[in-house]
Ligand binder design. Structure first.
Ligand code: GTP
Ligand code: MG
Length: 513
C-alpha cells in the first residue's frame, strides 16, 4: 500500500484538516464535499480493503493447526443466531447504564420485584432516578456516586441476534476502562443526552462525546447507533428541533472522525429511563415526527462485520484468574478455538493446552472469532500471565516487539507540549497498556496532498499526521494494521488525555516469534 492509501485506510484524514479538530466549524460546502468523497469510496475502507491481506496465512494456519477444530460443530452456529458485542459509549450521565438496564428489563431479564428493590435502594441513596442504571451498575461505589467505573457486561437476545452489552463508563477518569470495553466491541451505541445543556457539555472540547467517538473508531468499532436520549425530559419533550440540532452537529464530527455517516451511522431518538422507542416504536401521540425504527429493530438490522473463523488464532487477554487451572478472558479476534487445542501464550511463548472454553455462561466445544470467552488452560500459572498477553496459534504466533513504526494523527497535545523525539505517553493497543517513547519522527504527511513532506521533521503540532518509531520497555504483541486491523490500531494518552490515534505500519524484521 502506498502512503496515501494507508492514510485513507487509517480513516483519520479529512477533506479539511481543521474539520478533524473543530467539527462545529465545518461549513456546509465542506460537508457536501466530504459526502462526495464518501460516495466515491475514498474513505472508510479499512475493513473491506485490509481483509484480503489475511487470507493466505489464515488458510495455511488452519490446514496445519486447526483441522480437528474445524470438524467440531460450532454450538453458536447451530443456534442460528449471530453474535454481536455492543459497547455503550458517551459522556458522563448521558444514560448509558439506564439504557442498558432498560434493555435488560424490556427483554425480560429483570423482574418487577428487582426493579422495586432498586427503586428503594436508589431512593435511600438520594439517587431516585438512577434505579434503572443499577441493573448495570452493580458495585457499591458505582451506585453511591451514580457513575459507572468498571465496564458492565450483560447479555440479551433479539429475534436474530445474541448481544453482549458492554456498558462503558463516561467519566473522564475512567477512559482506560472505556478503551478496554470498546476494544472488545463490534458496534457501538453512542448515547447522547438531549437535555438542555447536557448535549452541549458532552460535545464541547474535552467532553467525552468527542473522545469516545475518536477512540471507538480507532479501536475498530465499525458501526455506530447514535441514540439521542432523554427525549422525555421536560427541557426536550420530544422536540424535533432539538433532535435535528443534535444530529446536524454530530454528523460533521462523526464524519471527520472517520465514520461513513451514510453507511455506518444511524440516529434515533429514545428515552432510556421510560423505555420509549426501544423495544417497540414510539407512539405517534408522543412523537408524531419519528418514522424510523426503534432501538431493538436498529440493533437487529446492523450488519455483522466479516470474520474469518479460519485465521490464525488470536485472543488478547483482558483478565485472568485461578479456577481449577488458569482461566483467561478475552475476545477472539481471529481464528477458532477448540477444547484440546495446543496454543501459545505470547509474548512469553508459553505452550498451553485448552481444557475448557466458556461462552457467556455456557461451556462450548468450539468458538469462533468475535466471541468473548473464558478459556481454562493447563501448562501455565495465573501469575505468569498479564493482561495484554495474547493467546495465539502455535503455527503462526503473533509477532512480539519492543519497537514498531506507526502512523499517528495528533489530536490535541497538552498545553505547551510539543510532539518530538523523546515524547513519552501511554500506549493502548488491544488489551496492552504500556509506557512508550517516540524515538524518531520519520516523516510528516501533508494534510492537503496526503503526501509525505520533503523537509525533515523534528516536531509536530496538533492535527499533524506523522510517521514515527515508537519504543516500549518490555516485549508486547502487536500486528501490522494491514494484516489485523483490530490488533494494529492504537491510542496514545498522556496525563489522562488521548493525544493521538494511530496504526502500526511496520514491524522490525526480527519481530516474529
Ligand atoms: P456514567 O456511567 O457515569 O457515564 O453515566 P451513564 O451514561 O451510565 O448515565 P446513567 O444511566 O447513570 O444516568 C444518569 C442520569 O440520567 C440518571 O439520573 C438517569 O436517571 C438519567 N437518565 C438516563 N436516561 C434518561 C432518560 O431517558 N430520561 C431522563 N429524563 N433521564 C434519564
Ligand atoms: Mg453508567
Amino acid at each position: 500500500m502506498d502512503i496515501e492509501a494507508e492514510i485513507r485506510a487509517l480513516q483519520l484524514d479529512s477533506a479539511d484538516n481543521n474539520a478533524t479538530l473543530i467539527p462545529e466549524d465545518a461549513k456546509p460546502e465542506e460537508v457536501e464535499m466530504t459526502d462526495k468523497v464518501e460516495e466515491e469510496g475514498m474513505t472508510d475502507e479499512v475493513d473491506t480493503k485490509s481483509q484480503p491481506v489475511q487470507a493466505e496465512p489464515k488458510v495455511k494456519d488452519k490446514e496445519v493447526a486447526d483441522m480437528d477444530c474445524a470438524e467440531v460443530p460450532d454450538e453458536m452456529e447451530s443456534q442460528k443466531k449471530r453474535h454481536l458485542n455492543v459497547v455503550f459509549i458517551g459522556h458522563v450521565d448521558a444514560g448509558k447504564s439506564t439504557t442498558g438496564g432498560q434493555i435488560l428489563f424490556l427483554s425480560g431479564q429483570v423482574d418487577d420485584r428487582t426493579i422495586q428493590k432498586y427503586e428503594k435502594e436508589a431512593k435511600d441513596k438520594s439517587r431516585e432516578s438512577w434505579y434503572m442504571a443499577y441493573i448495570m451498575d452493580t458495585n457499591e461505589e458505582e451506585r453511591v456516586k451514580g457513575k459507572t467505573v468498571e465496564v458492565g457486561r450483560a447479555q440479551f437476545e433479539t429475534e436474530t441476534t445474541r448481544f453482549t452489552i458492554l456498558d462503558a463508563p463516561g467519566h473522564k477518569s475512567y477512559v482506560p476502562n472505556m478503551i478496554s470495553g470498546a476494544s472488545q466491541a463490534d458496534i457501538g451505541v453512542l448515547v447522547i443526552s438531549a437535555r438542555k445543556g447536557e448535549f452541549e457539555t458532552g460535545y464541547e472540547r474535552g467532553g467525552q462525546t468527542r473522545e469516545h467517538v475518536q477512540l471507538a473508531k480507532t479501536l475498530g468499532v465499525s458501526k455506530l447507533l447514535v441514540v439521542v436520549n432523554k427525549m422525555d425530559d421536560h427541557t426536550v419533550n420530544w422536540s424535533k428541533e432539538r433532535y435535528d440540532e443534535i444530529e446536524s452537529k454530530m454528523v460533521p464530527f462523526l464524519r471527520s472522525s472517520g465514520y461513513n455517516v451514510k453507511k455506518d451511522v444511524q440516529f434515533l431518538p429514545i428515552s432510556g429511563l421510560v423505555g420509549t422507542n426501544m423495544k417497540t416504536r414510539v407512539d405517534k401521540n408522543i412523537c408524531p415526527w419519528w418514522n424510523g425504527p426503534c432501538l431493538f429493530e436498529a440493533l437487529d438490522s446492523v450488519e455483522v462485520p466479516v470474520r474469518d473463523p479460519k485465521g490464525p488464532y488470536r485472543m488478547p487477554i483482558i483478565d485472568k484468574f485461578k479456577d481449577m487451572g488458569t482461566v483467561v478472558m478475552g475476545k477472539v479476534e481471529s481464528g477458532s478455538i477448540c477444547e484440546g487445542d495446543s496454543l501459545l501464550v505470547m509474548p512469553n511463548k508459553a505452550p498451553v493446552k485448552v481444557l475448557a472454553v466458556y461462552c457467556d455462561e455456557d461451556k462450548v466445544r468450539r468458538a469462533g472469532p468475535g466471541e468473548n470467552l473464558r478459556v481454562r488452560l493447563s501448562g501455565i500459572e495465573e501469575e505468569d500471565i498479564s493482561s495484554g498477553f495474547v493467546l495465539s496459534s502455535v503455527v503462526k504466533p503473533i509477532p512480539t516487539v519492543t519497537e514498531f513504526t506507526a502512523q499517528l494523527q495528533i489530536l490535541e497535545l497538552l498545553e505547551n507540549a510539543i510532539f518530538t523525539a523523546g515524547y513519552k505517553a501511554v500506549l493502548h493497543i488491544h488489551s496492552v497498556v504500556e509506557e512508550c517513547e517516540i524515538v524518531e519522527l520519520l516523516q510528516q504527511i501533508d494534510p492537503k496532498t496526503k503526501k509525505p513532506m520533503k523537509k525533515k521533521v523534528l516536531f509536530v503540532k496538533n492535527g499533524a499526521v506523522v510517521v514515527c518509531r515508537i519504543q516500549v520497555n518490555s516485549l508486547i504483541c502487536v500486528e501490522k494494521f494491514s494484516d489485523f486491523p483490530q490488533l494494529g490500531r492504537f491510542t496514545l494518552r498522556t496525563e489522562g488525555k488521548t493525544i493521538a490515534v494511530g496504526k502500526v505500519t511496520d514491524l522490525p524484521s526480527r519481530s516474529s516469534a
